[in-house]
Design a protein around this ligand. Structure first.
Ligand SMILES: Cc1cc2nc3c(=O)[nH]c(=O)nc-3n(C[C@H](O)[C@H](O)[C@H](O)COP(=O)(O)OP(=O)(O)OC[C@H]3O[C@@H](n4cnc5c(N)ncnc54)[C@H](O)[C@@H]3O)c2cc1C
Length: 499
């Protein structure tokens, strides 16, 4: 653990004209995270109001002053987009919220969204974990976005007279639109749905109100980026029509709009919902009417969003998660699981469904005990049902949250796509190019991973188009037109994440 610079964190970050009078001086409190203001669990389950609230300015400054400003910041290395967290935390520690906002937005065009929903891989890597609480980095990003001047405009470089089409307006497509837009390309984003954001549109409002992405995309207003909504590739247009319209490169940022089913009898009964549909519809409103006994199948973050939303929709009803493995194997984040427990969600581990029963509508679900058997080809132990352990749980709604998948209806096979960990289509080449020249594809397992994928593909598109003119790739320009290039910490060894 490095020592605080100069022996005192407070002295190191207090502006010379403003002696620090708020930083706690005793060692213990320096290593404890300042609690994030939040709605009590008993109150919050009656509505979708946002649970977490911003730090007041003084508290944001105190929390920022806990940061050790590591010479080699693991927080930056753990971030898929190499966000300069150290830089904006320093600005907040010096009470300069405007500068903090600029630091965030210089390399992160979706800062207002990420400051509420990022899975904060930076905090997991923060060295302060060792002594107490990691710095509340996501919450400090929120302070930068809400207390600093975040309504800024991105400025395009000199126009490049080349058109690029992006298919899909999720985080990957939006990030690529930004990367190409600030380099001066003329970009059109085609999106099948009537709304931007892809799966971000399914994130429950108790995590973020829903206006955040609009604020982010409003900063694109000076870029040559246009949106064509309600346009589905494979139904309304094809790769050939895009080329005929003059697009020189195409990026497919398609994500996983489909979902896996359980494959058990009764799944088509009224009262069975796909988690992603339930969550998207709830956000769009009016809220879905669920019964009073809800069973959610799955153990990931989407299952947690579904069950916590069900708790709110069922208005005091019973909601239970049924998961085929144990708690330790759940892929949902610990914070999500703990918050769900605090909200009264029940968990039934080591059980899986075998049938959904009912007469014209869901009346129950037959579940059975599952047990681990030796690892299969993936290296993960296989889960198999234990014969004779069936029992029926009475319920009136079942929500299925067992993963999403790509929908490639109407796509040409020559694309020869590979699939990412959670099913998104991606090109097989390093620069994410697919089997078709000039067509790129990628996606990611979280918002920030998808943004990193969008960057990689945009860089691939730029390198591909520049090479045709005999030019090297364009480095990312300063998106504010001030000539300040993004900087990475000395000794930075590249990201530690995988897509
Ligand atoms: C319920 C839920 C909650 C989540 N919560 C979080 C969270 O809190 N934090 C976090 O970091 N991540 C979260 N995620 C994950 C995150 O949202 C995804 O990893 C991310 O959105 C993936 O981005 P993407 O751009 O690759 O794909 P998507 O977000 O899926 O976007 C793809 C877009 O392409 C469009 N599209 C697809 N096919 C076509 C076509 N043929 N023609 C035109 N358009 C098409 C789709 O309509 C969609 O808008 C959550 C996901 C879900 C489902």
């Amino acid at each position: 653990m490095p020592e605080p610079p100069g022996g005192s964190i407070a002295a190191a970050f207090a502006p010379p004209d403003r002696p620090n009078e708020i930083m706690p001086t005793d060692e213990d409190s320096r290593y404890q995270r300042l609690p994030i203001p939040e709605e009590p669990a008993r109150d919050r389950v009656s509505s979708f109001i946002e649970i977490k609230h911003a730090y007041p300015p003084d508290e944001a400054v105190i929390e920022a002053q806990r940061c050790l400003q590591c010479a080699m910041p693991y927080c930056v290395q753990a971030c898929p987009i190499a966000q300069d967290a150290r830089g904006y935390i320093l600005a907040i520690a010096q009470r300069d919220f405007d500068r903090a906002a600029t630091v965030v937005l210089r390399e992160n065009p979706l800062g207002t969204t990420l400051c509420k929903v990022c899975y904060h891989f930076c905090e997991d890597a923060c060295i302060m974990h060792e002594r107490g609480g990691a710095i509340a980095i996501r919450q400090l990003k929120r302070a930068a976005m809400e207390l600093g001047k975040a309504d800024v405009e991105y400025v395009p470089s000199a126009p490049v007279s080349q058109r690029v089409a992006i298919v899909g307006a999720g985080p990957a497509g939006l990030m690529a639109a930004w990367e190409l837009g600030i380099r001066g390309y003329s970009v059109t984003v085609y999106e099948a749905e009537p709304f931007l954001g892809g799966q971000v549109g399914a994130i429950p409002k108790y995590h973020m109100d829903g206006y955040e992405l609009e604020l982010d995309v409003a900063r694109f207003r000076r870029l040559d980026v246009a949106f064509q909504m309600g346009q589905r590739l494979g139904r309304d247009f094809t790769l050939d029509t895009l080329r005929a319209a003059g697009y020189r490169a195409i990026y497919l940022a398609l994500g996983t709009p489909g979902y896996n089913s359980l494959g058990v009898p009764g799944e088509k009964l009224p009262g069975v919902y796909a988690a992603i549909d339930l969550l998207t519809e709830t956000n769009k409103g009016p809220p879905v009417v669920l019964g009073k006994k809800v069973v959610v199948i799955g153990g990931g973050d989407v299952a947690m969003d579904a069950v916590r939303s069900a708790r709110r929709l069922a208005e005091g009803g019973d909601v239970t998660v049924v998961y085929r493995r144990g708690r330790a194997e759940m892929s949902a984040g610990a914070e999500e699981i703990e918050e769900a427990e605090a909200e009264g969600v029940q968990f039934l581990f080591d059980h899986g469904p075998s049938q959904i029963v009912g007469n014209g509508k869901v009346e129950g679900i037959v579940i059975r005990q599952m047990q681990l058997s030796p690892p299969g080809p993936s290296g993960r132990p296989v889960v198999l049902p234990v014969p004779g352990t069936e029992q029926t749980l009475a319920c009136d709604s079942v929500v299925v949250a067992v993963g999403e998948k790509a929908d490639l209806t109407g796509f040409p096979p020559e694309l020869d796509l590979a699939f990412g960990k959670q099913g998104w289509p991606q090109g097989k080449h390093d620069d994410t190019m697919t089997g078709v020249d000039g067509v790129f594809a990628s996606g990611g397992k979280s918002v920030v991973h998808a943004m990193a994928a969008g960057t990689r593909s945009a860089e691939g598109v730029d390198a591909y188009l520049r090479k045709q003119g005999g030019n090297p790739p364009t480095p990312r320009p300063d998106p504010f037109g001030q000539g300040i290039a993004p900087t990475l910490p000395k000794g930075y060894g590249g990201p530690t994440w995988t897509p």
